[in-house]
Design a protein around this ligand. Structure first.
Ligand code: CU
Length: 454
């Protein structure tokens, strides 16, 4: 979804009226003014070219116009719509198969919620009463577990333990009140291995009722997951235990991942969830030091918020990090497990680094193994450029377009784009580097002057 649209907006015209009543019930006039003042002070403290216009296209997920909370941005995704019914926030999730594109060239029939994998991000505010209807559009039973949300045991969504699984075609009703703000998730707790490997998962964000401390201008939610999609297959293979060949952020593999866009001076929060079958993901951001500010267990006390450039997000867990966007540029953000920034092709390729006369070796082997694809003698980088016939419905091992040719990574990779001034948070294109701030070929005169012999 383009970031210029309003996420999670509810279409019913009566919703705003109901919301207005609800808001008055919950927030006394003084509290509302206090919250507004806090947000104004922040805006004044950080003058920028287009301070309000940038946000005007977003609007809170409620469709209201006040700034009670800054809605999260789910790159490549959206927030779940809701409506107020007698002071309860009502939502509807439908578990169902979805025709999903990981990136251009690779589609599969996955499972998700409301037409997407991951499912839409659930957004709520501390103290909200939620009523979530879950319709099972799969051919097998399912449940939904609200990972990290503290609630009554009977709402915990564990098939067989706290409820009967939801039969195919049936709709169950969950109702609970959300407490502490934080970054949580939702996923099935029935046939877990299959259903999560097929894409059933989503982020669940609880905003503070009164924003205080670090109030983000940009608040991103990214679900990390891993898949095995055999070349040419119509569906992911949920039985794979180790060799995952599509690594994703919000179920997209680079270059299909939307960039994260911020304006210089923006306070930025990035929330990561991980529901991969097996792996933890150390997510590394270039150009910045961030504070790891919390997990699905809650916010870390300020004294425990260590500075890092890589945040390890264990599977079955969330982390959120916070930073001020003070360095313009296009900054890579990716899992630092190098096999997690590779795409589908190339798994099981023999190691040929340093092999002499590879051409004759390849010719002989190809006679025995039709379609044999070697890695390069000089490394793998050349593989992204090879003019090899690509099998139908598959993606090259890695490589996406970049400002300086091909970017030699795929999978769990995206770009944090920070600009001095923006009209909107749509993709601003490639960064234009100030003169003399770019790596470039050394001249002979420079080498001579500095005494470097090559
Ligand atoms: Cu990883």
């Amino acid at each position: 979804m383009a970031d210029t649209e309003e996420p999670g907006r509810v279409d019913e015209p009566e919703t705003k009226g109901e919301k207005g009543l609800k808001r008055r019930d919950f927030l006394g006039g003084a509290a509302a003014i206090g919250a507004a003042l806090a947000l104004e002070q922040r805006a004044e403290g950080q003058p920028r070219a287009t301070p309000r216009r940038v946000h005007a296209t977003e609007g809170p997920a409620s469709g209201d116009t006040d700034d009670r909370y800054r809605p999260v941005v789910t790159p490549n995704g959206a927030s779940l719509p809701f409506r107020w019914v007698d002071g309860v926030k009502v939502m509807h999730l439908k578990a169902e198969p979805v025709d999903h594109e990981f990136t251009e060239g690779l589609r599969a029939e996955c499972w998700g919620y409301n037409g997407s994998t991951p499912g839409p991000t659930i957004e709520a505010v501390e103290g909200d009463r939620l009523r979530i209807y879950v319709t099972n559009g799969l051919d097998e039973p399912t449940t939904v577990h609200w990972h990290g949300i503290l609630l009554e045991a009977g709402m915990d969504g564990v098939g067989g333990l706290t409820q009967r699984p939801i039969p195919s075609g049936a709709t169950f009703r969950y109702e609970f009140t959300v407490g502490e703000p934080g970054t949580f998730m939702y996923h099935p707790h029935w046939d877990e291995m299959t259903q999560m490997a097929m894409g059933m998962m989503g982020m669940f964000v609880v905003h503070p009722r009164r924003p205080r401390g670090f109030v983000p201008d940009r608040d991103f939610a990214i679900m990390l997951s891993e898949w095995n999609v055999p070349i040419g297959a119509a569906r992911p293979n949920p039985f794979e235990m180790a060799d995952f060949n599509v690594l994703t952020m919000n179920s997209k593999a680079f270059p299909g991942t939307d960039p994260l866009v911020a304006q210089l001076g923006d306070k930025v929060r990035m929330r990561f969830g991980n529901l991969s079958g097996i792996d933890n993901h150390p997510i590394h951001l270039h150009g910045y030091s961030f504070r790891i500010a919390g997990s699905d267990g809650g916010a870390f006390p300020p004294s425990a918020q260590q500075p890092h450039t890589t945040v390890l997000v264990p599977t079955g867990s969330t982390r959120w990090v916070e930073l001020e966007a003070n360095a313009p540029g296009d900054w890579a953000m990716h899992c630092h497990m190098t096999h997690h920034i590779m795409n589908q092709m190339g798994h099981g390729v023999p190691n040929m680094v340093g092999v002499e006369d590879q051409a004759s070796f390849d010719r002989r082997l190809r006679r025995l193994v039709p379609g044999y694809m070697p890695m390069g003698r000089d490394g793998m980088a050349e593989m992204g450029e090879m003019e090899m016939p690509q099998p139908a419905n598959s993606i090259p091992m890695r490589g996406g377009p970049g400002a300086f040719g091909r970017i030699d990574m795929g999978g769990m990779f995206t770009i944090f784009k920070v600009r001095e001034s923006l009209d909107s948070y749509a993709d601003p294109g490639w960064y234009e580097h100030p003169e003399d701030t770019l790596a470039r070929p050394a001249t002979a005169a420079e080498l001579r002057a500095d005494g470097i012999e090559v």
